[in-house]
Design a protein around this ligand. Structure first.
Ligand code: AMP
Ligand code: GLY
Length: 423
């Protein structure tokens, strides 16, 4: 089969890496890809959100399966477009992508199907929203309705911060139309985990649990990022908790989407807060997490192509998804300034030394090939990922590998996985 992977970050490198292990895959293209992906697939210079161009390419090359990594093309309807042409694609439809594309949509669905989540109210007007914030008091959570590259959520510890967040979203319109509506939520307390599942619209099969590290600095200090590292499994998700999340969140969500005539076929990602009264949904994503995909795909023991075809054909079975017993850890090496503004183009050294280390893989996120070197080309640059018998072994391997790597301004968290060790 000829496969096209859409995207060019660490998640897509992990998807390409996993797809290369499938016996049925003959050739992989990746649009736009990155320097690491270019070593195992043919990179195509089309951006992930140019869905029409991607379709033209897939037609021209006779692509058998297109795998969509990021949310943007999904919310633009890439799956509907490809399927209309009879082209097979792994990802959710435009309608189903609203689960990530609109927080109001997600909250209303959860309310209709009794899926546990924070109490909330929706506002169109900054004046009404401000009144509500003053009435409720802090802490309080303010969220822009639409996609905002992970920057649209404000965890406010004071009323002043909340008023400021409303100003940024609704008056300054920092996220454009994504801020036409806001969701104001109660603040949930607990430990977070990422829970993903494959769904073919009917059958829902959980993936191994994982935990992201959203803040940029150690001990969860500093601003939120796309994710500075992840590990799997997450001990906070005990077998009982997994059963509960499946029963209370994943299954009713997929059933609800079916009932609303938006069958959910793809990856369902729930960001969960483990509160004292049980698991509650913080957000849904309609795709693999990045960086959660890197450690999780390293632990996946099955052929991912079989799973993807079954998801798209509606023939998914639980036994198709098998996991290695090992633990896995991914540490993100980021550019100076990230998650704020950063420069690109710094040469990266030590990649080969790191790659030579046992049970370790260096996934590229923001990298590009220049004449004689691989250079930085994004905020999150690399995801150094290792597998081990337990989290402790995976952590020490990943850190041993990352110390071989260098680029100007490189920074990474030193405490990835520490919470799992404490348990
Ligand atoms: P989201 O993009 O909706 O997952 O929000 C980003 C981050 O904000 C989450 O990972 C949480 O750390 C935090 N967050 C979102 N909603 C809430 C909430 N209701 N209570 C506490 N923290 C929240
Ligand atoms: N790492 C969180 C996300 O992919 O949205």
């Amino acid at each position: 089969m000829k496969v096209l992977v859409v995207g060019g970050g660490g998640r897509e490198h992990a998807l390409v890496w996993k797809l290369t292990q499938s016996k049925k895959v003959r050739k992989i293209f990746c649009a736009p890809g990155n320097a690491g992906i270019g070593k195992m697939a043919e990179c195509v210079n089309i951006k992930a959100d140019k869905v029409e161009e991607l379709l033209n390419f897939a037609r021209f090359e006779g692509i058998d399966l297109t795998v969509v990594g990021p949310e943007a093309p999904l919310t633009l309807g890439i799956v509907d477009l490809f399927e209309k042409e009879g082209k097979r694609v792994f990802g959710v439809s435009k309608a189903a992508a609203q689960l990530e594309g609109s927080k109001v949509f997600a909250k209303e669905l959860m309310r209709r199907y009794n899926i546990p989540s924070a109490e909330y109210k929706v506002f169109f007007s900054p004046i009404e929203a401000e009144k509500y914030v003053r009435m409720k008091g802090a802490p309080i959570i303010i969220k822009a309705d639409g996609l905002a590259a992970g920057k649209g959520v404000f965890v406010c510890t004071t009323v002043e911060e909340a008023v400021e967040a409303l100003d940024i979203i609704m008056r300054k319109r920092a996220f454009g139309a994504a801020g036409d509506r806001v969701v104001i939520e109660e603040c949930l307390i607990g430990e977070e985990a990422s829970f993903m599942a494959f769904s073919d619209g009917e059958t829902v099969v959980p993936m191994a649990s994982s935990q992201d590290h959203k803040r940029v600095f150690d001990n969860d200090k500093g601003p939120n990022t796309g994710g500075m590292g992840a590990y799997s499994p997450a001990p906070v998700v005990t077998p009982e908790m997994e059963e509960r999340i499946m029963r209370e969140v994943m299954l009713p969500t997929v059933r609800g989407m079916k009932q609303e005539r938006m069958p959910y076929k793809g990856v369902l990602y729930a960001g969960i807060m483990m509160t004292e009264s049980g698991p509650k949904v913080l957000e849904f994503n309609v795709r693999f997490g990045d960086p959660e995909a890197q450690p999780i795909l390293m632990r996946l023991d099955s052929d991912i192509l079989d799973i993807m075809l079954a998801v798209s054909d509606g023939t998914l079975k639980p036994e198709m998804v098998r996991w290695k017993n090992d633990a896995s850890v991914c540490i993100v090496a980021a550019a100076k300034g990230y998650p704020g503004s950063y420069e690109k183009g710094f040469p990266i050294t030590g990649l080969e030394e790191a790659a030579a280390m046992e049970n370790t893989f260096v996934f590229h996120a923001g990298t590009a090939d220049r004449k004689d070197a691989v250079v930085t080309n994004g905020g999150r640059v690399l995801g150094v990922t290792a597998i081990g018998q337990d989290v402790a072994e995976a952590i020490s391997r990943a850190y041993a590998a990352i110390t071989k790597i260098h680029f100007d301004g490189m920074h990474y968290r030193k405490d990835i996985g520490a919470r799992a060790l404490k348990r």
